[in-house]
Write a protein that binds this ligand. Structure first.
Ligand SMILES: [Zn+2]
Length: 189
C-alpha cells in the first residue's frame, strides 16, 4: 500500500544487504493479483530472502506495505513499515496472516503500488487484530490501529486475491478500468 505521505519520498541510500534486491512490482491486470494465495509451509532461507527483497522493493517504491502477490509470488505473506524506516518496531513481515477481528471504521486516501498513480477514499477498520507467523514459524498476534490497520486490511485483501478496487463503487471502478486500459494501449502500464 502507499499513501500520499509516502509518495514521492525517495529512500535515502542505505546499503542493502548483500543478497537483497529490488523486485518487479506487478500491476493491475496480471492474473497473480486476482488469485488467492497458498499457505507458507517452509520457514527457510528462501523465505528470509524473499522477505528481505520485498522490504527492499517496498522501501524503494516507496510504499508502506507490500504483499507477495505484488512481486508475482502466490504465497501468503506481506511486509509493512508504516514508519517508512523511522521506527524499527514497525518493520513487520507477517506470514500466513489471518484477520481475527476488526473494530470501528476510518475513511482515508489510499493507493496501491500495483495500481500506480491512483488514490481513492476507502473505508477500512480503525482497529485490526491479525494472527500469523514470524520468519521462524512462531505464532504472532498483531493489534494495530489507524494507518497500520488500514495497511494490514489492504495487504490481507491482496492475499485473498482482492485489490482496493473491490471497495469502490461500480461507477468509480469502471472509470478506473477505462483509464488503465488507455494507459495499457499507450504502453504506459
Ligand atoms: Zn496494494
Amino acid at each position: 500500500m502507499n499513501d500520499r505521505l509516502s509518495t514521492g519520498r525517495r529512500r535515502t541510500i542505505n546499503a542493502p544487504t548483500q543478497t537483497s534486491m529490488i523486485l518487479k512490482i506487478v500491476k493491475y491486470g496480471e492474473s497473480v493479483l486476482a488469485r488467492p494465495t497458498e499457505q507458507v509451509t517452509a520457514f527457510d532461507r528462501e523465505l528470509r530472502e524473499l522477505v528481505d527483497n520485498m522490504l527492499e522493493t517496498m522501501y524503494a517504491a516507496p510504499g508502506v506495505g507490500l504483499a507477495a502477490t505484488q512481486v508475482g509470488i502466490g504465497r501468503r505473506l506481506f511486509v509493512m513499515d508504516c514508519s517508512t524506516e523511522k521506527d524499527k518496531r514497525q518493520k513487520i513481515a507477517l506470514i500466513n496472516p489471518v484477520i481475527e477481528s476488526e473494530e470501528g471504521e476510518q475513511i482515508g486516501q489510499e493507493g496501491c503500488l500495483s495500481v500506480p498513480g491512483f488514490y481513492f477514499d476507502i473505508k477500512r477498520p480503525r482497529k485490526v487484530v491479525a494472527r500469523g507467523q514470524d520468519l521462524d514459524g512462531n505464532p504472532v498476534v498483531l493489534e494495530v490501529r489507524d494507518l497500520e490497520a488500514r495497511c494490514i486490511s489492504h495487504e490481507v485483501d491482496h492475499l485473498d486475491g482482492k485489490l482496493l478496487l473491490v471497495h469502490l463503487s461500480p461507477l468509480k471502478r469502471d472509470m478506473l478500468e477505462r483509464k488503465v486500459k488507455k494507459k495499457m494501449k499507450r504502453g504506459d502500464w
